[in-house]
Ligand binder design. Structure first.
Ligand code: ADP
Length: 503
């Protein structure tokens, strides 16, 4: 589709600094890069060095208007394509994104500070997988025939909703964008994405790459701040569905705005996910599982991070020691360096928020802060937003560190004595996104899995989002599901009933 000269090359560009510069200052609207209408840009900073690497267009209501109008026009033709053809095009996008996996991994590492080997490359791979998965689901957009009367044919058909407004955060921006864009497109909607202000580049590149395959206007990308660019997108009258991932507070603002015009909303919000470890677990596997569950390689910046770890008392001390030893072995450093396990926090604001939690925990009487891993020694990184992971013991359930989402490399470990008491503690949370149980007693494990208040419960593993498995929380963790066939059908289509009287 993109037959005009573009500031970015069609082939993978493995120098993330050059790619970041080339992407500077643009939205992607109606099949092409366009600068912001107000001419204002904001800085995109490499959190590992504090240096500016690009500028992003600071979108406002005028850009939203242009993007939504383009999307609305394109959607009408897009919806007329056979569903399998739409899916096939999305599938082609997946193949192209696979070719660009390394490029996208480096770019996301540069703008978010997430380590290339342990995090960014993985995210770029999963993104292609999500598009591939949904690309195969075109023919699943089926309706039903409904028994009504012998001489009346009564059927339901699935129809797209129209223009989808998608708002994404900075922690796994490519993946969270894919979870929204892929099902929305296959179902016949068009999409306008508002990227997160901290990480606008990799998603912009994905949008451009996909526009090499998709018809213009079907997939549009805006950068900008929440109130100036996200809010007008949510409230635009032609946006007929809003899908949002971010904080609980902003999620409520978005839901209220969507309620004003009565459009459906999907919300993926925060979490305070418990990890419950029984004494009969496979010890080494579970310690390793605690590191991945806590997403230490992502500096804990994950809504499913196991930020409350409950360990059965007989193995509590041994578990804390083993976990500390394991985290100590993780290498913190330049996100783009292959040796690095742990990169940076995304922004100065986020770093200060995490530090405030750590300070509060450290000052709490009875608490011990086990500070792990070493700060990087490279002088080039001295302005980087690095922070040492902290494992707290001795905090009680009244602590803010046990109750609130920190979104940093901070976890709290507490002992427990019996399944009922740990279940009560785990469920004593405003959140209900994910939980994991580690035990060889599947009778106890399954019983608790049924009674844990969470959208996703895993026993003896704690994987991140996977294609085909519904993902989404209960309580303040959100509304609706993502990543599955059910998510596409329930959240990106409506069912129309058609009746034919043949009497
Ligand atoms: P975080 O603390 O992770 O930045 P937010 O919920 O504030 O969480 O941000 C998630 C996304 O929501 C970002 O893309 C942000 O720009 C956007 N956003 C923030 N405020 C609003 C708003 N009032 N309306 C729409 N989107 C918003």
């Amino acid at each position: 589709m993109l037959d005009r000269p573009m500031p970015t090359p069609a082939a993978p560009l493995l120098d993330p600094f050059a790619l970041a510069k080339a992407l500077s200052g643009y939205h992607f609207i109606g099949g092409g890069y366009v600068p912001g209408r107000n001419g204002k840009n904001f800085a995109v900073v490499n959190p590992a060095t504090g240096q500016q690497v690009a500028e992003a267009a600071e979108g406002d209501a005028a850009d939203v208007e242009a993007a939504v109008q383009n999307a609305a026009k394109a959607q009408k033709e897009w919806a007329k394509l056979p569903a399998r053809k739409r899916g096939a095009l999305v599938h082609q996008c997946a193949a192209l994104l696979k070719e660009h996996q390394e490029e996208l991994a480096k770019l996301i590492a540069l703008e978010t500070g997430k380590a290339l080997r342990t995090e960014s490359r993985v995210e770029a791979g999963v993104v292609a997988d999500i598009f591939e998965f949904f690309g195969g689901l075109g023919s699943e957009l089926k309706g039903e025939s409904v028994p009504f009367a012998p001489n009346v044919l009564s059927v339901t058909v699935r129809e797209p909703l129209g223009v989808v407004g998608a708002i994404i955060p900075w922690n796994v921006p490519m993946l969270l964008m894919a979870l929204k864009v892929a099902p929305a497109l296959v179902a016949g909607n068009s999409v306008v994405v508002k990227s997160a202000e901290e990480a606008p580049l990799a998603v912009l590149r994905i949008c451009e790459l996909m526009n090499r395959i998709l018809p213009p206007g079907v997939f549009n990308m805006l950068s900008g701040f929440g109130p100036e660019c996200g809010a007008p997108l949510v409230s635009h009258p032609l946006v007929r569905k809003v899908t949002f991932t971010g904080s609980v507070e902003t999620g409520k603002i978005v839901a209220r705005a969507a309620a004003e015009k009565l459009v459906p909303v999907t919300l993926e919000l925060g979490g305070k996910s418990p990890m419950i470890v029984f004494a009969d677990c496979d010890f080494e596997k579970t310690v390793a599982g605690a590191l991945t569950s806590m997403r230490f390689t992502r500096q804990g910046q994950s809504c499913t991070a196991a930020s409350r770890i409950y360990v059965e008392r007989p193995i509590f001390d041994r578990f804390v020691t083993a976990m500390k030893d394991a985290v100590n072995k993780m290498v913190m450093g330049d996100p783009l360096d292959e040796k690095t396990d742990i990169g940076t926090i995304v922004s100065e604001g986020q770093l200060q928020k995490v530090k405030a939690f750590i300070e509060e925990g450290t000052k709490t009487p009875g608490a011990t802060a086990h500070v792990c891993s070493a700060m990087p020694s490279d002088p080039a990184l001295k302005k980087g937003l690095f922070i040492q992971p902290v494992i707290f013991t001795g905090l009680t359930k009244e602590s803010r560190l046990v109750r609130e989402e920190i979104f940093g490399p901070v976890t709290v470990i507490a002992p427990f004595d019996d399944p009922e008491s740990v279940l009560a503690e785990a469920n004593d949370s405003e959140y209900g996104l994910a939980a994991s149980l580690w035990t060889n007693n599947l009778k106890v494990g399954l019983d608790l899995a049924h009674r844990l208040e969470a959208g996703l419960v895993q026993i003896n593993q704690n994987l991140v989002v996977q294609a085909n498995l519904s993902y989404g929380g209960v309580k303040s963790s959100g509304l609706g599901k993502e990543a599955s066939l059910e998510a596409m059908l329930e959240h990106f289509t409506h069912k129309k009933t058609i009746m034919v009287n043949m009497a």
